[in-house]
Design a protein around this ligand. Structure first.
Ligand code: NAP
Length: 258
């Protein structure tokens, strides 16, 4: 299927590694011009070069901390002037720490708010005028399966991502008249650096991976490109009538019915 992304301009945030990188790769492979952002400039440049080499399409690296208002404003301005348009915004960020509710203080709540909710509101607001011009804009937010099914220790993540779900629903409502769709993608367990760091050090790597996958119906942890494939579809013209949704990519792990 031709996703008709050739020459569309996509911003992919938190994209030097993990899910963001796989998404940037998938959009670029479908012909989009991609602008990637994250904090570590060297890692970002390396990722841009790697994607460009594999796909042959334009990939621009612009360093940004998505939690920093001034940096984000500068990033979006530069991104908009690079190719003269923005068609797709992929909101993503690092995840907040995991712990019990009682162990988080105000400062940690504030940080999680700025990183995982306010950042997505801010980028969406700044990109909106550009998407309104294209007449077929896409906003896709990476959140977490914890918005559907309780995950122990994920109170910061779940609270902020529930905010994104509510925000996206209202954005879908308000932006529909501009032909802009807004959707969330909720990963279950997808094998990235973030997940590798949580594996117990005292057991063999393969065994640790096997144990993590025990409760997943498909019997394995997901691959970043499996989530990226859904994002590429949501970004496509074929997905023009899907909006306001939260879609899980979790191998069947979420036991929620709704
Ligand atoms: N992988 C999973 O199974 C899974 C499951 C549920 C939810 N999620 C969520 O999905 C998101 C991505 O996870 P991942 O597994 O891809 O993580 P990852 O492999 O650790 O990659 C995180 C990426 O985010 C960038 N980043 C972190 N903080 C940033 C900031 N303040 N500004 C800009 N970029 C930033 C990092 O680059 P720099 O450090 O250079 O900035 C890196 O490129 C996270 O929010 C995570 O909680 C993942």
């Amino acid at each position: 299927m031709d996703l008709k992304l050739t020459n569309k301009v996509a911003i992919v945030l938190a994209a030097s590694k993990g899910l963001g990188k796989a998404i940037a790769m998938a959009l670029s492979a479908e012909g989009a011009k991609v602008i990637i952002g994250s904090r570590d400039e060297d890692a970002l440049n390396q990722t841009a070069a790697e994607i460009k080499q594999l796909t042959g399409n334009d990939v621009i690296a612009l360093p940004v901390d998505v939690a920093d208002a001034a940096q984000v404003t500068e990033f979006i301005n530069k991104a908009a002037s690079t190719f003269g348009r923005i068609d797709i915004l992929l909101n993503n960020a690092g995840g907040p720490p995991f712990d019990k509710f009682e162990n988080f203080d105000d400062e940690q709540w504030q940080k999680a708010f700025e990183l995982n909710l306010l950042s997505m509101a801010r980028t969406s607001r700044l990109v909106l005028p550009h998407l309104q011009k294209t007449g077929s804009g896409r906003i896709i937010n990476i959140i977490s399966g914890s918005v559907k099914s309780v995950l122990a220790g994920s109170v910061l993540s779940t609270a902020m991502r529930m905010g994104v779900v509510g925000m996206a629903k209202l954005m879908a409502d308000e932006f529909g008249p501009y032909n802009i769709t807004v959707n969330n993608v909720a990963p279950g367990l997808i094998l990235t650096g973030r997940i590798k760091h949580t594996l117990p050090a005292d057991i063999d790597y393969d065994e640790a991976i096997k144990q993590k996958a025990k409760t997943i119906p498909l019997g394995r942890i997901g691959k970043p490109e499996e989530l990226a494939a859904l994002v590429a579809f949501l970004a496509s013209e074929q997905a023009a009538y899907i909006s306001g949704q939260t879609i899980q990519v979790d191998g069947g792990a979420g036991r929620n019915i709704y």
